[in-house]
Unconditional design. Structure first.
Lengths: 289, 172
C-alpha cells in the first residue's frame, strides 16, 4: 500500500511547526512516531497535503515532575514511558499501559501524543488519561490551551484538537499518598488493540474509605470514556471485592460496545465487568502496598 | 510532488537518493538501493518481516517514510555477516533450524539483534516478548527461540573474551 502524494517538512523548532500548521490549516498533519498516521496514509483514510515531522524539535519527548504533576512530552515514546522508573513508582498504571501497546518495534517509535491525537476508540492511553484526570496541552501559533482529558475524546478518531493545534504535553496530577493505579487490558492476541481496557486510580482516605477514584474504559463505546457511574458507586465507600463487583457492573451498564471481530457486545459487557473489577483490585493492592 | 533528497548511512555506507516523500523506507532499501534482504510481509506493521534498525532502534520499515530516515544510520540484514562469516544470530538460525521458508528471518534476526544489544542474557519469556512483533508461520517459534539463545550465549562468551574471534563485536 502506497500513500497518496504528499509534501514533507521537518521544522527545526516548535514555532516554525506551529506557523506551518496555521498557514496550511486543514491541509497539514503532524507526524510523530508514524505508527498511527502511516497506516492511515497507506489506506488513504488520511490524505493531507503536507506532513509536519516533529523529530528535529527538541524538548517534546521528556518526562518531568513538578510539585503538582507529571509532565510527559507528546513525543515521548511508549518505550520511554515503559522504562521510566520514577514514573512507574508514582503512576504504575503508565507502565501497565505502555507495556501492552502494540509490540516492541511499535513501542520504540509510537508516541503518547500521537496515540492520543489519533484517538482510536480502542487505544489504551485515552482510558488511562481519563482515569488519572490528566490534562492535555495544545499549542498553536496563537497560544496554548490546557484541556481536561475527560471530554477530549469526542468520537471515533475525533478529539478536541483544532486543525492548527499540536498536542505538546500530557499533565497528570501527582496522586495523593495512599493512591494506587492499574490498567487491565483484554486482547485476543499479543499486540492487538484492546477488546476491553479498564484503567483505575484509587486514593484512600485516613479512614480507609475511598476518598477519590477514577475509572476509564476503552474499546467499549464510540470513544474511550470515564466510567462515572462506577466512580459514584466507589467514592466514599469502604473498598472490597463486593463493592468492586458492584462498581464494575455499573461500568458495564455505562458501556456501549459494538459487535465486531473481537466478540459480541454481550461478551464485551461481561468483560468490562471483569476487567474493571481486576483493575480496581490491582489499584487497591498498590494503594495499600 | 517535489522529490526530496535523502542521505542515509546503510550498513556503514552513505547512500543517497531523490525520492517522493511518500516512498516507504522499505521501498527505498529494496527498490532504490537494491537491498532486498529486508522483506515486505503484511505491509501493515503487524508481521515484522521488514524490521531494520534506525539509529539503533528496531523499526518496521513499512511504517516509516524514507524522508523520515533522512540523516539516520540504518542497519539491515545485509550488514550482519562479516565477509563470509555469519553473524552469531545467522549462525544460530542455521544451526537450530530457526527457519523453514525463511521469509520472516531477516526481520526476526534484526529484531533479535536489537533485543540482545539491550538484554544480552534474556530469559525465554523475554525472548518471546522481544520477538512478539515478528510473525513466523512455519516454525512455531521453538527453534527461533533456541537460535536466539545460542547466539546470546555466543555473544556473551565473545564479550567476556574480547581477544577471541572479532565478529561478535559487530552485534552491538
Amino acid at each position: 500500500m502506497i500513500p497518496a502524494a504528499v509534501d514533507y517538512v521537518r521544522p527545526a523548532d516548535l514555532g516554525e511547526a506551529l506557523r506551518i500548521l496555521k498557514e496550511r490549516e486543514g491541509e497539514a498533519k503532524v507526524l510523530s512516531g508514524g505508527y498511527s498516521l502511516l497506516p492511515l496514509l497507506k489506506l488513504r483514510l488520511a490524505q493531507p497535503a503536507i506532513l509536519v515531522d516533529l523529530q528535529a524539535i527538541g524538548g517534546l519527548d521528556g518526562i518531568s515532575r513538578t510539585d503538582d504533576d507529571i509532565r510527559i512530552g507528546g513525543r515521548a515514546t511508549h518505550r520511554r514511558i515503559l522504562e521510566d522508573e520514577g514514573l512507574a513508582a508514582v503512576l504504575p498504571i503508565m507502565r501497565d499501559a505502555a507495556g501492552g501497546i502494540g509490540d516492541p518495534q511499535i513501542r520504540n517509535w509510537g508516541t503518547i501524543g500521537g496515540s492520543v491525537a489519533h484517538a482510536d476508540p480502542s487505544a489504551d492511553w485515552p482510558a488511562v488519561l481519563q482515569a488519572v484526570r490528566a490534562s492535555i496541552v495544545l499549542r498553536s501559533a496563537d497560544g496554548e490551551r490546557v484541556v481536561p482529558a475527560r471530554g477530549f475524546f469526542i468520537d471515533t478518531f475525533q478529539t478536541g484538537i483544532e486543525p492548527a493545534e499540536m498536542l505538546t504535553e500530557i499533565r497528570i496530577p501527582l496522586p495523593a499518598p495512599k493512591s494506587g493505579s492499574a490498567y487491565q487490558k483484554l486482547e485476543r492476541r499479543a499486540g492487538d488493540f484492546s477488546t476491553v481496557g479498564a484503567a483505575a486510580l484509587l486514593t484512600l482516605g485516613a479512614d480507609g474509605r475511598i476518598a477519590e477514584v477514577g475509572v476509564g474504559l476503552t474499546a467499549v463505546a464510540d470513544a474511550p470514556f470515564a466510567a462515572t457511574h462506577a466512580e459514584d458507586a466507589l467514592r466514599g465507600a469502604r473498598p472490597g471485592d463486593e463493592l468492586f463487583r458492584e462498581a464494575a457492573a455499573a461500568a458495564s451498564r455505562q458501556s456501549r460496545p459494538a459487535d465486531d471481530a473481537h466478540g459480541p457486545a454481550e461478551y464485551k459487557r461481561a468483560m468490562v465487568t471483569e476487567m474493571t473489577f481486576r483493575a480496581l483490585r490491582a489499584a487497591l493492592g498498590r494503594a495499600l502496598a | 510532488m517535489t522529490r526530496q533528497h535523502v542521505s542515509v548511512t546503510v550498513n556503514g555506507e552513505v547512500r543517497e537518493a531523490d525520492v517522493e516523500p511518500r516512498l516507504l523506507l522499505v521501498h527505498l532499501l529494496r527498490d532504490v538501493f537494491g537491498l532486498t534482504g529486508t522483506h515486505v510481509g503484511c505491509d501493515t506493521s503487524n508481521c515484522g518481516a521488514c524490521t531494520v534498525h534506525v539509529n539503533g532502534m528496531s523499526a518496521k520499515s513499512c511504517t516509516m517514510l524514507a524522508v523520515q530516515a533522512d540523516g539516520a544510520e540504518i542497519r539491515t540484514i545485509e550488514g550482519m555477516a562479516s565477509g563470509a562469516t555469519l553473524h552469531p544470530l545467522q549462525q544460530g538460525f542455521w544451526d537450530q533450524h530457526g527457519l523453514q521458508c525463511g521469509f520472516c528471518t531477516p526481520g526476526m534476526i534484526m529484531q533479535s539483534a536489537w533485543l540482545l544489544a539491550r538484554n544480552p542474557d534474556p530469559s525465554e519469556d523475554e525472548i518471546r516478548d522481544g520477538i512478539s512483533g515478528n510473525l513466523c508461520r512455519c516454525t512455531g517459534y521453538v527453534n527461533i527461540v533456541k537460535a536466539i539463545q545460542q547466539a546470546a550465549a555466543e555473544l556473551r562468551a565473545a564479550e567476556a573474551a574480547p581477544d577471541a574471534s572479532g565478529t561478535p563485536a559487530a552485534a552491538s
